[in-house]
Design a protein around this ligand. Structure first.
Ligand SMILES: Cc1cc2nc3c(=O)[nH]c(=O)nc-3n(C[C@H](O)[C@H](O)[C@H](O)COP(=O)(O)O)c2cc1C
Length: 194
């Protein structure tokens, strides 16, 4: 069983975080889930769902879910000696992006991401904001130069998506691929006539 950390913050696009967690569990991974306070509030608001019921549902899935408290710096994921296969922050708010790029590890989610960078492990950010100002862009460039993958949820249209689900899935598929997980959720471009 591979181990992944998923962080969900208070940017719009909670659906991406929810779908990533569900796919990772479906593929029988161990998922360490950590949300900021705003991450939980926005998720409940945008998806009109009860957080506790969602967690109950996830616990019945094939993989293993470990829900981490954002204030618990004694958690295993706060330490570099605990090895994981990758981490994704999805969606990633500009606030969390900024704290991470400045080394402000004042919650478990950011501390876990900071650990991924210091241990040179795979970290994927799915930042969501528009338009982007120079502070956002500077922070993304800084983290990209540290080998952090910056993967904004920008839908492609060349596979002609027909539903919201298809559009969400194509981003979820790209996120999984960035975590080195092969999947069929997104469409690879193989040339116009192939
Ligand atoms: C409904 C809603 C949508 C939001 N969407 C975004 C967004 O897309 N991007 C962003 O950076 N912040 C967004 N915010 C603001 C963040 O939640 C806020 O900056 C918060 O302090 C982020 O904290 P966190 O990173 O600890 O979750 C949104 C807030 C609300 C209530």
């Amino acid at each position: 069983m591979a181990k992944y950390i998923v962080g969900i913050t208070g940017a719009s696009g909670s659906v991406y975080g929810v779908r990533v967690v569900e796919e990772l569990l479906k593929l029988e991974n161990e998922v360490y889930l950590v949300l900021t306070d705003n991450g939980k509030d926005v998720l409940e608001y945008e998806l009109d769902m009860d957080f506790n019921k969602w967690i109950e549902h996830l616990r019945k899935q094939r993989g293993k879910l470990i829900l981490c408290n954002r204030n618990d710096m004694f958690s295993s994921i706060a330490s570099g000696s605990f090895k994981t296969d990758g981490m994704v922050i999805v969606p990633c708010s500009m606030g969390t992006l900024s704290k991470l790029s400045n080394g402000i590890t004042d919650n478990l989610l950011i501390r876990a991401a900071d650990v991924m960078i210091k241990e040179k492990r795979n970290l994927v950010l799915v930042p969501r904001e528009t338009p982007l100002n120079s502070i956002h862009l500077k922070n993304m460039l800084f983290l990209s130069n540290l080998n952090v993958t910056i993967l904004p949820p920008m839908p492609a249209f060349y596979h002609r998506p027909k539903t919201l689900d298809e559009m969400v899935n194509s981003t979820v598929g790209r996120i999984l691929r960035s975590l080195h997980i092969e999947n069929q959720l997104y469409h690879e471009w193989n040339g116009k006539n192939q």
